[in-house]
Design a protein around this ligand. Structure first.
Ligand SMILES: [Ca+2]
Ligand SMILES: [Ca+2]
Length: 194
């Protein structure tokens, strides 16, 4: 509070000589990884691909999945890949399995909403034809999910949300080609929140 002092009859005030510039410091929180790796079945076949991120200050606005359709009596793998689209149009993905095909379109949140979580559906281990990941859905900040191609053998669904920030990148774990043994394609996924 500025107090006019009688000691300065010309209206001068001591603080006038010490101009302070307030700097608003922005607290940068560290990135957080949210991952399916601690899934209840211990589904964990394969190796992790590279971590991929949107450009600085961009964020994910949509995605699509790569799905092998139901092979009937043949060996199934269900989801084989996930590709994200960033707010500047850049597309990012980590490793992908060999089977199936990509959704023909990207599934985006409406009105440029950001994404702050995912759900992950997996099949329990132990059948002679395991498939691992069957469902990946993303949560838009408006409170609804976006979906792409999905398999039908999920026996458990996990939901995970960013503790703060929004999804800006990913990494996927994919089982390498087994050469006609029981293939599973994509096993786990992690997202980077910033
Ligand atoms: Ca099958
Ligand atoms: Ca299989």
């Amino acid at each position: 509070m500025r107090i006019r002092s009688n000691l300065y009859p010309n209206g001068e005030y001591l603080n006038d000589f010490f101009t302070t510039t307030l700097t608003t410091s922005t607290t940068t929180l560290p990135p957080v990884i949210i991952s399916s790796i601690n899934n209840p079945y211990g589904v964990n076949w394969g190796v992790w691909g590279p971590s991929e991120e949107c450009d600085q200050n961009d964020y994910v606005i949509g995605f699509r999945t790569k799905l092998q359709p139901d092979q009937g009596a043949g060996d199934d793998t269900s989801i084989n890949g996930v590709e994200l689209i960033c707010s500047n149009g850049k597309r990012i993905k980590s490793s992908e399995g060999d089977f199936g095909s990509w959704d023909t379109v990207y599934r985006n949140c409406s009105n440029g909403q950001k994404i702050n979580g995912f759900s992950y559906g997996i099949e329990n281990k132990g059948s002679s034809d395991d498939t691992a990941t069957n469902v990946i859905r993303l949560f838009c900040t408006g409170g609804y999910n976006i979906t792409s191609l999905e398999g039908r053998w999920s026996t458990s669904i996990i939901k995970m949300s960013c503790p703060y920030g929004f999804i800006v990148g990913l990494r996927t774990q994919v089982q390498p080609f087994q050469n006609s043994a029981d293939e599973t394609g994509l096993n786990n996924i992690e997202f980077i929140c910033k």
